[in-house]
Design a binder for this molecule. Sequence first.
Ligand code: ZN
Length: 201
Amino acid sequence: MSVARDYFLETVGHGPGCKAAGWVLQTDEMTLFGSRGLTIRAVCPLPAGCGAFEEWRIGAATSLTDDGPWAYRSGLVAEIGFGTAPVKVGDAWLHAGPLLIPRFEKEPDYWLVSRSREWPMSWSDVIGMVSMARNKGGQVKSRWIAATNFRPTSRNGMAPTANTETQTSRTAAVRWVLATHTPQSPAAPHAAGSTAPSESS
Ligand SMILES: [Zn+2]
């Protein structure tokens, strides 16, 4: 018996009345503390679909009869960000990030900013990030943070090289990103982990 296989066969379902023809599938393979794992997600993106998602996380089994560690969850795309309807602000599009504390939060904690309606598939598609500023206790302040010009760090990741914490609204934060963003020169190393085919722009 295989828990993972049984779950694949049984559970994917759209919301009531959803007219979407299928699912957007995402897979992500990663190695954590020496053990390999795979995340598979089926997403019905808004606004055309119902916004449902199902997700399976599967760890490498230690033997043929062992399923290995696994986890399953389902919910609405607001929880994961991907598949939420993009929001247009000026010449930019905002894509909601995942809720950092899903049980307690309803609004996204941050938005990725891109020039395209399409979900950013690599860092080269991201021109910035905006979020509400929070004080040390976690309460939202009446200021917005914006960050842009993400560049590879010496460790495995990306970090902004320009940011502000004093924007008075989300729109102002996005305008700051649009005014401050400088495209990375083509000679610079490509965003780490990007497997999306590059598009001419
Ligand atoms: Zn659906």
